[in-house]
Design a protein around this ligand. Sequence first.
Ligand code: FES
Length: 263
Amino acid sequence: MSERAIELEVLRYHPEKDQAPHFQRYSISCPEEWVVLDALNHVKERVDPTLSYRWSCHMAVCGSCGMMINGEPKLACKSFLRDYAGVIRVEPLAHFPIERDLVTVPDDFIAKLANGLADDLLSALCLARECPLIVAPAMNRQMWDNPATRRNIERLLRDGVAILGPASGDQACGEVGMGRMLEAREIAEAVTAFLAPKTLRDEATIESLQPLCWAGWIASATAQVAWTGARTRNESQARMTPATMQASAPPASAQSSRPQRMA
Ligand code: FES
């Protein structure tokens, strides 16, 4: 496995002690086969444990490792070092407040959804849709408990949006409580259950809901993820009601405390 010396220029920002974001350069040697996320993990484990960023699945599924790489929004777990020459500049996703280093806080997304705002691509896609929407929120426990957040969640439920989670447990900000994002596997299970054929009460059929696309933003003091996906027409003749979709229960584990990969 050939090694290569790389220069990572990573945006650092600790709001409690930094007046402004700044870049920090790390010179490391890595296998060519690594992705940017591997390099960040190497820095975190071997060079600078204070570096904060977020990842979960390492397989381009959860979206939690989204960041700007050389000025473009990318998944760090899918961006191979061999595709970059020279210094690799890594920054948090653009247009979001920085929680810490590469961790951003798109915590206004649920509020946007609840109020029908469409001032970016994701919120516009959510508004201009003819399919069910699933949201898996995650945020600091005080944010989750805030009446404004609860109001927004209730409004989304009334609007027919399915809510997955959040779970309760340790949060990287040091708090413990409700607000953790479900694990990627749990979200995948819940979405699979959501899409499974169901026999329901009224006449709304799943055909009227296809193609189904889903999108979500996770906002957290320490965590965020955006994901989108699509599913083509389901052959099932099963019937589905909006009411049941709203009531799609999160996995039982949503109420449990589980470790979440977060750097
Ligand atoms: S860690 Fe990259 S998409 Fe999940």
